[in-house]
Design a protein around this ligand. Structure first.
Ligand SMILES: *Cc1c(COP(=O)(O)O)cnc(C)c1O
Length: 395
């Protein structure tokens, strides 16, 4: 939980920073990567050191050189005051919310939030006496009218989970800060490389490192970064809860960090190519991808984001459940599964209509979410072509 960078050249380009951030080879006998430090107990050299706790590391839950490496690298990448690590993206959301939640307080959450974020608000936070209002993600500066004297935070997520609505985060942040309300963002889609959260007015940003930071679908990890104002209470909450991440996962995430920009830029390129290809298909009604020029909210994306990732959705023209199943079951390269941001392509059908409360999700046909991986694009297109043919053969 270090606050400052160790040897990261902060003013250089993002790829240089990703290569250098958070490393301290000469604290590790010259080895390039910080090793996996495993441990609960840390020994103190003598009683005086134990009483004064002057040593850098005191106990496993409070950090190790491995966790320090990733935290300091992430802090630098986000332009934050500090970062804490959690065992999953959802655990990161809970730490972020619990660091600002107040009994009797009011929370504003975008209706397009990651569904488990709603579950957290509707269960634990509710039990603690927090009242949550879901708001239309496109509200912009109009969020002012929803802020009450007891509102403690606004949760934003752009683009929206599954449905990809864009949000005017600078406008929401300006309105929130005018009333001393904290802005919490789930920044998993863009990562700090494509949306520098704190520069854009976000106070606390969470990232599911499970996705693009890992990049290999083989670990669970969450990161929470905060600006100067909110860092002390985030750190206090993390220390009180000890919601800490395991050292192997942190090591793998550090390894992923070095190539994250290369993978993300490739995901962007492949994702856009697939989105454009799907937009031309007769079976597809709409493509929900913020980087497409005619997409609602594209102007906001262009103004505030530095890129797009490989995750987007489509709405098909009206089709039966059986037709959609025939499409999905005939795919050989696309896996059917949750999560995303790995090297492999995935697709899932989704329907937000049963739980949205501030907006209506009623698309004209079935909706699918794609995570485009690193396969050859022609092979992915041939796979989907096969799917559309199978779909047609079902009456
Ligand atoms: C996956 C995801 C999370 C949660 O990450 P886990 O590590 O799976 O708990 C949070 N937010 C968004 C937007 C996600 O897609």
């Amino acid at each position: 939980m270090t606050k400052t960078t160790r040897d990261g050249p902060a003013k250089m380009g993002s790829r240089t920073r990703l290569v250098h951030a958070g490393r301290a080879p000469f604290e590790n006998h010259g080895f390039i990567n910080t090793p996996i430090y495993r441990g609960s107990t840390v020994l103190y050299p003598n009683t005086e050191e134990l009483y004064l706790r002057r040593v850098k590391y005191t106990y496993g839950t409070h950090g190790t050189p491995t966790t320090d490496s990733l935290e300091s690298a992430w802090t630098e990448l986000c332009g934050a005051a500090g970062t804490v690590l959690s065992p999953s993206g959802l655990a990161a959301i809970s730490v972020a919310l619990l660091s600002v939640a107040k009994a009797g307080g009011h929370l504003l959450v975008t209706d397009s939030a990651y569904r488990p974020t709603r579950n957290l608000s509707n269960t634990i936070l509710k039990r603690l006496g927090v009242d949550t209002t879901y708001y239309d993600p496109t509200v912009g500066a109009g969020i002012s009218e929803l802020i009450r004297p007891n509102t403690f935070a606004v949760v934003v997520e752009a683009p929206g989970s599954q449905s990809f609505e864009m949000q005017d985060i600078p406008a929401i942040a300006a309105a929130a800060h005018a009333r001393d309300v904290c802005v919490i963002m789930d920044n998993t889609w863009a990562t700090p490389l494509f949306f520098p959260p704190h520069e854009r007015g976000v106070d606390i940003a969470i990232e599911a490192g499970t996705k693009y930071l890992s990049g290999h679908s083989d670990l669970l990890l969450g990161l929470v970064s905060a600006n100067e104002k909110y860092w002390p209470r985030l750190k206090e909450t993390q220390d009180a809860m000890a919601n800490c991440a395991g050292p192997e996962d942190v090591f793998l995430a550090l390894r992923g960090l070095r190539t994250m920009e290369l993978r993300l830029r490739e995901a962007e390129r492949q994702g856009l190519a697939m989105a454009q290809w799907l937009a031309r298909r007769p079976e597809v009604s709409r493509v929900l991808h913020p980087a497409l020029p005619d997409y609602p909210g594209h102007d906001i994306w262009k103004r505030d984001f530095l890129g797009s990732s490989g995750l987007f959705s489509i709405v098909l023209k009206p089709a039966s459940r059986e037709k959609v199943a025939a499409l999905l079951d005939s795919l050989e390269l696309f896996g059917l599964g949750y999560s995303w941001g790995g090297f492999e392509s995935l697709v899932i059908p989704f329907d937000c209509s049963s739980y949205r409360t501030a907006t209506k999700w009623a698309p004209e046909g079935p909706a699918l979410r794609f995570s485009i991986g690193l396969e050859n694009i022609e092979d992915l297109q041939a796979d989907l072509d096969r799917g559309f043919t199978a779909m047609k053969s079902v009456s």
